[in-house]
Design a protein around this ligand. Structure first.
Ligand SMILES: [Zn+2]
Length: 215
């Protein structure tokens, strides 16, 4: 039986990944994180999506450590989410230190305990300014997970960090999602966390561009 646990933020990329996982795997779990993010409202959307996708279980993990970390616009209230485009070659101010390392390590604990051999993460080509979204990070995380896994040690089962969007643009993800029937109107991406979304932050604009003619 093919099983996957998918990192679900409530945004368009992870929603598409969840719908793709439903097509590719027999049993699918979702995991979301409450890390004190400015756009905490995304968790409400994540819950709705997990329900619609009829996952085995939607695990929500609290990560209060990020309350103590300053300097990122997503977790530090004194730092604003910019309106101008993110820089192309350096980590944007919206980078949360080691977020994906923490997310993957926690997801891998559930994967190990539940004997799930795929951990899905929706990183894509536009995410590369974020260091923990780069292909070399994904590969290294997978190696570390397998080196420390009970499942791997006991049953020789390899745990895969499944990142099928790595080489894809956001537009390509949206087109795939359209084919999969992803309910994009039930996803949320704004980094400012307003309802309705601000429409101005780079994340809002990237989403709008990708979903043009789809939503
Ligand atoms: Zn926004």
């Amino acid at each position: 039986m093919k099983k996957a646990i998918v990192l679900l933020s409530g945004g368009m990329d992870s929603a598409t990944l969840l719908w793709l996982a439903k097509r590719e795997f027999d049993k699918v779990w979702a995991i979301s994180f409450d890390y004190g993010q400015r756009h905490q409202v995304e968790l409400k959307y994540a819950k709705g999506l997990a329900e619609l996708a009829e996952v085995e279980e939607h695990i929500i993990v609290k990560l209060p450590i990020y309350e103590s970390i300053k300097g990122s616009a997503l977790i530090d209230e004194s730092v604003e989410v910019p309106s101008e485009d993110y820089p192309e070659n350096e980590p944007p101010i919206t980078t949360v230190p080691m977020r994906n390392l923490n997310f993957l390590s926690i997801a891998s604990a559930f994967a190990d305990a539940l004997e799930i051999d795929h951990i899905g993460i929706g990183v894509h080509a536009l995410d590369t300014p974020y260091p923990d979204c780069r292909p070399e990070f994904i590969t290294s995380a997978e190696s570390a997970i397998n080196a420390g896994s009970i499942l791997t040690a006991k049953k020789k089962v390899r745990i895969h960090v499944w990142a099928p969007f790595l080489g894809m643009s956001k537009r390509e993800i949206a087109l795939l999602g359209k084919e999969l029937g992803v309910p994009y109107e039930k996803t949320y991406s704004c980094y400012r966390g307003t309802e309705p979304p601000c429409g101005e932050c780079p994340t809002c604009r990237q989403r709008e561009e990708a979903l043009q003619g789809i939503l």
